[in-house]
Design a protein around this ligand. Sequence first.
Ligand SMILES: [Zn+2]
Length: 174
Amino acid sequence: MEVSEGEPKVEALLHFTVVLAASLGIGIEPEVALILSVIALLPDIDVFFGFHRMYTHSALLMVMVGGPAIAILSFFGLGRFGLLALSLALTHPLIDSFSDYTLLLWPAFRKPLRFDFSLKLIGASPLKISSESGGRTKDEIQNPDHLEGPLATGRGVVISIVILFPFLLKWVAA
Ligand SMILES: [Zn+2]
């Protein structure tokens, strides 16, 4: 499936900015908010191994690995940080699954899932959940050339500036 203008993919920049704005919004210090935003980008590490939205994008696997990790972190007084990092990192596969097929529930559910939601003024178009691959072969799904969106687009930069603008103002005014 070609990346066409009518079907925009979620860019890496937005995963970063959404988590940054959410963290700053609940009063997390900027340094920690930056670390949380970088952690939320980590699922895209799979791109370097030739896939995207594969195993590192499984929300279920994140919870299975993150749960025990949080338990260990809590012994060092970092339980709250771990819980925040996991909840914010989960936004990544969730947002991606609204963009294209994502291995969201692996290993419990081995097919990539995709959600579509389109609210229109006229005519009902409810939430659509599909687990098909749009006629693509496994090789095509794993080929990031067919799945990869840009790291950042003009639209993403503008959205990022807008959602971070209140925090920029606050820092300038401080
Ligand atoms: Zn991703």
